[in-house]
Design a protein around this ligand. Sequence first.
Ligand code: RB5
Length: 149
Amino acid sequence: MKILIGSDHAGYNLKVDIFNYLKEKGYDIEDVGTYSLDSCDYVDYAEKVASGVSAGKAERGILICGTGLGMSIVANKFKSVSAALCTSEYHARKSREHNNSNILVMGGRVTTFEIAKYITDAWFKTPFEGERHNKRLNKLKDIENNNFK
Ligand code: RB5
């Protein structure tokens, strides 16, 4: 499974920790930036990851800014992207089981590395439940098709 990870300056430290954590576990993960603590725009990195996932170049993505809010807002503008801002393991599990999320979003200023590891592990190991959730996701697909080119 190919994974893209990106952050702005506010998510940089947590991104580096999560990147190394996943790399050590053997995940095929690519860091699309930012590569320093210099101030930058979260929009640019959300676009890099979300466009890759949307186009099928990567199966999953991880985005980290200060709160996780900006990254989620941008990522969910891309077709076929379901970006979930998670602050707990429970959010991570449910975002996979119910929402079939394909981008995990976290906030570097609100989530510690210790918690982020639990969130990330839960997110990768939890499958989509399907069944009743497919009907809901199909309604979401209709909205997407009607509102996006
Ligand atoms: C950067 O200061 C901050 O605005 C950004 O990281 C993010 O939290 C935006 O939603």
